[in-house]
Structures are given as C-alpha cells and as structure tokens.
Design a protein around this ligand. Structure first.
Ligand code: NAD
Ligand code: LMR
Length: 332
C-alpha cells in the first residue's frame, strides 16, 4: 500500500541551499525512494518571485514522489501540518555588520518561526536548523517552542562530519564509504572539534583504526583539524558563495538517519540539546556522536576522551555559552 505523504518544510527555499535541497527531497534522497512528500517552501516577500520560479521548476521536473508544493511567504501557511522542518532561511552577515547585529536579526527570526511551528506543525515534527549560527538559532527555536520536545530540535553538523570523512578518505586513498565514526564535537564554527580518536576504516577482515593507518599524529592534530574547521571559509573563498550542494546533501543525510536509523555499529554527528554528557554544559545545542533508532537519536556514551580532546570539547562549549549569552542579550 502506498505511504501517506510526509510534509517537509524548507525555509529560505529560494536561496542557494534551498535550490539544491528541494529536488533531493522530491527524489527521495531524504526520506527514501518509496516515501511521497509534499514540499512547503517559505521565503520572504522580496524573494517571492524567485520562490515561485522554484515551484515552477519542481512541477516541470515531474518527480513521481512529489505530491504537492506549497510556496508561500506566510509563515503560518508554511508551517501548517509539517512533519519535518528544515530551517535554512536566515539573515546573512553583511559588510560592516557586528556579530551582535547578525545575532539579533536571527534571534528575532527564530523566535517568531518557533511560535509558528509550535502552533501549526504536526505533532512530533522534527526540526533541523541549517542557518547560521546554526546551534544558537536551534537553541532559540527550542526556547520559544516549549511544547516541541527538545529531542525534536537539532542543528546541522553532518556537513562537518562528512567533510572529516572526506579528508580521511583522501589522505588514506580509501573509499569514503569505508570510513566511519569520526566525531564533530560542539559548534558549527571554526571552534568545532573534528575527532578521529575512535574512527575506523573497513578492512577485508574487520576494521582498522584511523590513528594507526595515518600514523602521523601531527597531521591528525594539526592540518586535519584546521582543514575541517575552515572548510566552509575555503568554499566561500573558492566559489564566492557558501557551500550549497554539500550542505543540502548533508541535511538529507541528517534527516534520513534520524528518521530511518543509523547502520549497526555506526554513529553520526548531530547538534542536539546537551544533557550534560561528556561534561558538556547542559542547555546548549552541541554536536555529539549519536546513533538513531525508531526516529530517536541517543548520544553515544562511554567514549574515552584524552586531555587533548578534553580541551577542545571545552573550548567549543565555551564559545557556545558565549553565543547563548549574546543571543539572550538580544532578546532583552
Ligand atoms: P542564501 O542567502 O542563498 O539563502 C537564504 C534564503 O533565506 C534567502 O532566499 C532569503 O531570502 C531567505 N530568508 C531570509 N530571511 C528569511 C526568513 N525570515 N524566513 C524565510 N526565509 C528567509 O543562503 P544559503 O547559501 O542558502 O545559506 C543559508 C544559511 O545556511 C546561511 O545562514 C548559511 O550560513 C547556512 N549554512 C549552514 C551550513 C551548516 O552546515 N550548518 C552550511 C552552509 C550554509
Ligand atoms: C559552511 O560550513 O559551509 C557554512 O556554514 C559557511 C558559512 O559561513 O555559511
């Protein structure tokens, strides 16, 4: 029997990530090849015409799984009945703007979109925040949508996770699909900590540890980390635009694994509400290693953390605490 369509909201849908993401969702990359979808696309009035163009292209592509498109600049219409919300829309930093100015704009966007989701989304709606500052936007959304369970509000660090897999695969000249269990800890920013302490590469009989295969701790603790931390800036320098296809693809990976589950023995990185695991302050949206089952994520427990890693986990937590304080100061 055919499944009922899932309603997926994409905010900022007329932007460049939106343009890469919506066809992926409509092709089943996010929710599977047998899952029909209805797309809800939101953008702001100056982008209404471009948004309508995206809708026209979605119709023209004749995706078999796509059962409808709601393209609107009305946040309530956009949020009504949605089962999954991918929050890509936000206010970008412009020349001459202070950090606080950008934070203030995004805090007010995420505050009002939180209320619309809380009141109008379907019960159990899962939320993924992509727009920067992703962790703190997700935190504000959580604060202003108190009836949405905190487990349902996450932010995207899967792109950083995939970037780390990519760097290891290039370095070792192995298939990226054979590398697993890297971890991104903390903020989706240059203080994030890409950690390979527990990462492995598939071997003919079992698995080998990345640390043993690379056997160059200086690279693993130096260039590898900074390359992943600064990859977003490197893409902007090269493209004169921030990452879009890799961000869209990683957003699909995030939701797919959350809804359909992570493979046995594999974890992924997600920005989730901290419960104090690994002595990360509770009450931050922080990227942890997680496994997913039956539509729920759980933080992987019991991993050993050496002193080098501890310092890095704490530094990115400190930055998130400062961002949280800044966001709250914008509310008052
Ligand atoms: P973009 O400027 O091309 O698109 C953003 C869209 O959001 C625009 O169409 C804009 O009109 C819309 N928008 C602005 N305010 C809105 C609002 N209140 N409601 C709905 N829509 C609104 O930007 P992009 O390249 O698509 O990137 C989107 C965001 O994703 C940026 O914040 C970027 O920094 C972030 N990003 C995050 C990651 C990650 O891994 N977390 C990776 C790449 C980019
Ligand atoms: C990325 O990681 O590619 C983006 O978050 C960069 C950015 O500043 O938009």
């Amino acid at each position: 029997m055919a499944k009922d369509p899932v309603r997926v909201l994409v905010t900022g849908a007329a932007g460049q990530i939106g343009y890469a993401l919506v066809p992926m969702i409509a092709r089943g990359v996010m929710l599977g090849p047998d899952q029909p979808v209805v797309l809800h696309l939101l953008d702001i009035p100056p982008a209404a015409e471009a948004l309508n163009g995206v809708k026209m292209e979605l119709i023209d592509a004749a995706f078999p799984l796509l059962k409808g498109v709601v393209a609107t600049t009305d946040v309530i219409e956009a949020c009504t009945g949605v089962n999954i919300a991918v929050m890509v829309g936000g206010f970008p930093r412009k020349e001459g703007m202070e950090r606080k100015d950008v934070m203030s704009k995004n805090v007010s966007i995420y505050k009002s979109q939180a209320s619309a989701l809380e009141q109008h989304a379907a019960a159990g709606c899962k939320v993924l925040v992509v727009a920067n500052p992703a962790n703190t936007n997700a935190l504000i959304l959580k604060e202003f949508a108190p009836s949405i369970p905190e487990k349902n509000i996450t932010c995207l660090t899967r792109l950083d996770h995939n970037r780390a897999l990519g760097q290891i695969s290039e370095r070792l000249n192995v298939q990226v699909s054979d590398v697993k269990n890297v971890i991104i800890w903390g903020n989706h920013s240059s203080t994030q900590y890409p950690d390979v302490s527990h990462a492995t590469v598939k071997a003919p009989h079992g698995e080998n540890h990345v640390r043993e295969l690379v056997a160059d701790d200086e690279w693993l603790r130096g260039e590898f980390i900074t390359t992943v931390q600064q990859r977003g800036a490197a893409i902007i320098k090269a493209r004169k635009l921030s990452s879009a296809l890799s961000a869209a693809s990683s957003a699909c990976d995030h939701i797919r694994d959350w809804v359909l589950g992570t493979p046995e023995g594999t974890w992924v990185s997600m920005g989730v509400y901290s419960d104090g695991s690994y002595n990360v302050p509770a009450g931050l949206i922080y990227s942890f290693p997680v496994t997913c089952r039956d539509g729920e994520w759980s933080i992987v427990q019991g991993l050993s953390i050496d002193e080098f890693s501890r310092n890095k986990l704490d530094a990115t937590a400190q930055e998130l605490s400062e961002e949280k304080a800044l966001a709250y100061s914008c509310l008052s």
